[in-house]
Write a protein that binds this ligand. Structure first.
Ligand SMILES: [Mn+2]
Length: 346
């Protein structure tokens, strides 16, 4: 790595010209795409000389993996604006849901995931983020009122503790570990060959189980074990400061110290929260439980050389659906923090 700690714009699905100009105007150097809606191999047919050719949209089925050509196009388009495509976060969940649940068809999904990793590598994109939450991120409200009538999301376990199984039965810790081992052992060697780092996002919220599916990356023991099973320089972390802090600020700082010292953190979802499981809410960066300056000092101490991105942000007055106002505030705040701790004597 050996880069400088830096800020990027996250939570973009695609990158329109407006998105790229917005990123440039905020002065960041890079962006991250999260679950970009690439059309994948469905858009291509086999060429006579072993290449691929474009098939009109709608001619194929729905994509089950990504294609090199499309990824290269996207990266080059971003670079045309003087920006870097830092990472892709998350393939669509239907690319590997059977793998997560150990269902019939998982081998085909895993083969496609391996092809996707190869495509990401060939396209010169260094990081593919992933998570292990078939039941996804859970919140119990997206309209919790915070300061100045801004709105944020919140979680109260009491409201969902009795939620029925989402996939017909209960999946235990042991089930999810067995499925995880099967998956990561199949894909990590391909990531090594392809020069791609797979960055794990922890389970949000970090509770034992939701919707009948155990959440095995809910604490430091689980994430340590992920890095033991998948022991490779190409296996890293998307350190979600918000998710870790949902277990308490001390738990977050302990994980930050440990994984930071080990050089395992590729990037950080830089968001703050108030409260801990079983009940917490999101908030503006400057009003949460986390001491942001302490986090930045720790990142300097462990010589963190990745990037920080905004994550979920509160909904501000007259904001866009994506949250331009709130994201501009968060990104400027992060950039200021980085400058303050890296360019001054503390
Ligand atoms: Mn996150």
């Amino acid at each position: 790595m050996n880069e400088k700690m830096r800020v990027a714009i996250g939570s973009l699905r695609g990158a329109t010209e407006e998105d790229l100009l917005f990123a440039k105007q905020l002065g960041v150097e890079g962006i991250v795409l999260n679950t970009p809606p690439f059309r994948g191999e469905a858009s291509f047919g086999s060429g006579a000389l072993g290449g691929t050719y474009w098939v009109p949209e709608g001619a194929g089925g729905s994509a089950s993996r990504w294609d090199t050509f499309e990824l290269v196009q996207e990266r080059r388009r971003i670079e045309d604006y003087g920006l870097r495509l830092e990472a892709l976060e998350n393939v669509p969940i239907w690319f590997y849901d059977k793998a997560m649940l150990g269902l019939p068809g998982r081998d085909e999904q895993i083969e496609n995931y391996r092809e996707t990793i190869r495509a990401v590598g060939r396209a010169g994109i260094p990081i593919l983020g992933y998570h292990w939450m078939p039941t996804r991120v859970w919140r119990t409200s997206k309209t919790t009122e915070i300061r100045g009538q801004a709105r944020c999301s919140s979680f109260d376990l009491a409201l969902v503790a009795d939620a029925p199984p989402m996939f017909g039965r209960e999946y235990s810790d042991d089930d999810m570990w067995a499925n995880y081992r099967y998956f990561i052992e199949a894909v990590l060697p391909v990531a090594e060959e392809a020069g791609v780092r797979l960055a794990l996002h922890p389970d949000d919220p970090p509770v034992p189980s939701l919707g009948g599916v155990a959440r095995i990356f809910r604490n430091i023991e689980g994430v340590r074990r992920a890095l033991e099973i998948g022991d490779s320089p190409n296996h890293t972390l998307d350190f979600c400061m918000g998710t870790w802090s949902e277990s308490g600020v001390d738990a977050m700082m302990t994980a930050l110290r440990e994984f930071g010292e080990r050089g395992k953190i590729d990037f950080i979802h830089f968001r703050n929260i108030k409260g801990t499981v079983p009940k917490f809410r999101e908030c503006f960066l400057d009003e949460g439980d986390v001491d942001l300056v302490a986090v930045l000092r720790e990142l300097v101490r462990v010589k963190f050389d990745g990037f920080l991105i905004d994550d979920h942000v509160p909904r501000m007055v007259n904001d866009s659906v994506w949250g331009h106002r709130s994201r501009a505030y968060a990104t400027g705040y992060i950039a200021g923090l980085i400058r303050a701790v890296t360019e001054t004597e503390l």
